[in-house]
Design a binder for this molecule. Structure first.
Ligand code: DX5
Ligand code: ZN
Length: 219
């Protein structure tokens, strides 16, 4: 699986199709959809119809990151619009276990997301219900923030926990990732890397994807 999950949040939407073509050419498999409801986070972004529109034109799978206060309500529409992976925040104080199971029962991959200031231990009771854990390395709401260094220790501890429990749960990291820090994030134990701003700020997205991939692969 290609470990780079481009987020489209920070792209110029008039260029979206061109950017998606470049992602496809570089072997990207997943597009990360940052869904914001203006309540759980201040920002408002987009909903399931964007994922559906992307899937109608491209062979990508959709990874929907739900930054919403009420995932109970949002999950069914993302299932209906055929998002492939769906992640919910532990801070949304919803029925976490039930929601993860609802996602899995629909044959989708279920993710649990943790904000930078939420203790890692809070997700421990739910790891066995999740296909992936998304560790936020910035505060959710906006692209273009700086990677919070304390995330590295969290990745390391979570990886250890997953291995100790013999689970098959992936670790995804989201926010402020670039070619300079991605190697260290991988080294700490991350499997999947959500990258937005760094790709769109580069003059040559294809080259940047190659560079980031080579850092992930340690070459
Ligand atoms: C922040 C979002 C991220 C973000 C990507 O709320 O979850 O996906 O846009 O991070 P950057 O733009 O820093 O790569
Ligand atoms: Zn995200």
């Amino acid at each position: 699986m290609n470990p780079i999950f481009p987020s489209i949040l920070s792209t110029n939407f008039f260029d979206l199709e061109e950017k998606l073509c470049q992602f496809q050419d570089k072997g990207i498999e997943f597009i990360h959809l940052d869904v914001m409801d203006g309540h759980f986070v201040d920002n408002i972004s987009f909903g399931p119809s964007v994922g559906k529109a992307i899937k109608a034109k491209f062979p990508f799978q959709i990874d929907a990151h739900l930054m919403v206060s009420n995932p109970d309500k949002a999950i069914p529409s993302f299932i209906a619009s055929d998002s492939d992976w769906i992640s919910i925040h532990i801070e949304s104080e919803s029925r976490t276990r039930e929601n993860l199971l609802a996602i899995k029962n629909a044959n989708k991959k279920a993710g649990l997301v943790l904000n930078p200031d939420t203790p890692l231990e809070s997700i421990f009771p739910f790891i066995s219900y999740a296909d992936y854990i998304l560790l936020m390395s910035v505060f959710p709401g906006y692209g273009g923030q700086q990677f919070i260094d304390a995330t590295t220790e969290k990745i390391f501890l979570l990886k250890k926990r997953i291995q100790q429990q013999g689970l098959n749960c992936l670790i995804q990291v989201d926010g402020g990732i670039n070619a300079d820090n991605v190697g260290m994030i991988k080294e700490a134990g991350a499997d999947l890397f959500v990258i937005g701003t760094y790709l769109y700020n580069s003059d040559n997205i294809s080259q940047t994807i190659e560079t980031v991939l080579s850092k992930i692969n340690g070459v």
